[in-house]
Design a protein around this ligand. Structure first.
Ligand code: ZN
Length: 362
């Protein structure tokens, strides 16, 4: 069996440390820099997840003060060099994604994207990144997509699974139009703006409830995107569910397919079955891989997915989603390992520009 690092994998979910406000000040325009200083919030670290939670980072993957993700040297040593990573996509889950102020969120998203470009992408050519946007204002989000899409190192638009309105609703469509125009997949990452409960029955009390409930949040969003006709209106759009888990998908699709057959006159724009739509338009990152570890259970899940194209390798560094050297499930068939590690990611993210073998011959 080929060593994983010899595959030259593409890591589709890697988290840099969330920048502190003081680090973003040079990237803010004078007005917003003054706002942060005069309000005395220049010392904040705004993360959209609890930085101290054990799930957020392994002890050895924390920097000074326990900061999840450390610094570039740590990421190079523990992820890029360790796994022979060809390219990696940075997803910075900054707290501006949860802000009610559209203008402040947009100013901070812009600063975070520029910080990512200067402090990370300029320093290691293996790194790419998602574009952070102020999703509450599609107008401002589109402006940021258009600004940053000029830089091919930005390969995806980043949204959270816990949104204020279902992501299929028409208010979000300008974001999808811009993403499609620039060949940017829309990555929906686990997490929430916390304007709505993550569960469908109200607010939970504990991180474990929130995190387990993310899977149902992804189901709501996927059903919304299908039911509202997003993939019919944007036929080239790709959506990547990031850190969603995987095993909920077959059961969800069986139910969605069955009810669609009965109710399709209500949604005539859903012109194919949900299973067909998902296989063409939707991909899922690997970690956290939530199947039982034994080979037969894993084979059952893979078989139920019904396609070798859906899964994309992700380390989800620095989250504590896997142990030791088992970054891929041990029982994964050889052919699927290379599909997940390299082929599926490079087909999903054309802006990475990864060409192989014969494709390199002009
Ligand atoms: Zn992640």
């Amino acid at each position: 069996m080929t060593e994983f690092r010899d595959l030259g994998p593409i890591d589709c979910d890697l988290h840099p440390p969330t920048p502190r406000m003081a680090e973003l000040l040079p990237y803010l325009d004078p007005h917003w820099r003054e706002v942060m200083l005069s309000r005395g919030i220049d010392g904040l670290e705004l993360a959209s997840y609890p930085p101290g939670s054990p799930l957020s980072a392994r002890p050895e993957w924390r920097g000074p003060g326990g900061r999840p993700g450390g610094d570039l040297a740590l990421i190079q040593r523990e992820v890029l060099d360790r796994w022979g990573t060809r390219r990696a996509i940075l997803n910075c889950l900054h707290g501006s994604m949860a802000m009610f102020s559209e203008d402040m969120a947009a100013a901070l998203a812009r600063a975070v994207n520029d910080w990512i470009a200067s402090e990370w992408l300029d320093r290691d050519a293996r790194l790419a990144a998602s574009i952070l946007v102020a999703a509450r204002s599609p107008e401002l989000a589109v402006a940021e997509i258009e600004r940053r899409a000029e830089d091919a190192r930005f390969v995806q638009v980043l949204l959270l699974a816990g949104s204020e309105l279902p992501l299929g609703r028409r208010g979000h469509w300008p974001i999808y139009a811009a993403a499609e125009r620039f060949s940017l997949p829309v990555g929906i990452h686990a997490g929430s703006a916390f304007h709505q409960p993550m569960t469908s029955v109200g607010w939970p009390s504990y991180v474990v409830e929130d995190y387990v409930s993310q899977a149902t949040g992804f189901q709501h969003q996927l059903l919304s995107l299908i039911g509202e006709g997003v993939f019919t209106r944007f036929p080239r759009l790709k959506v990547v569910l990031i850190e969603s888990g995987v095993t909920w998908l077959p059961g969800f699709l069986w139910r969605a397919n069955k009810e669609w057959r009965a109710l399709r006159p209500e949604v005539p724009w859903v012109d194919r079955s949900p299973i067909e739509i998902v296989r063409e338009h939707v991909r899922l990152t690997l970690q956290p891989f939530d199947s039982p570890p034994d080979a037969s259970a894993l084979a059952a899940v893979i078989g139920q997915l019904g396609s070798d194209d859906l899964l994309l390798f992700s380390s989800d560094f620095p989250h504590w989603q896997w142990d030791g050297e088992d970054i891929l499930p041990k029982a994964l068939p050889e052919v699927l390992r290379s599909r997940i590690a390299l082929d599926n990611p490079r087909q999903t993210y054309p802006r990475l520009g990864v060409r192989l073998g014969k494709e390199c011959v002009s």
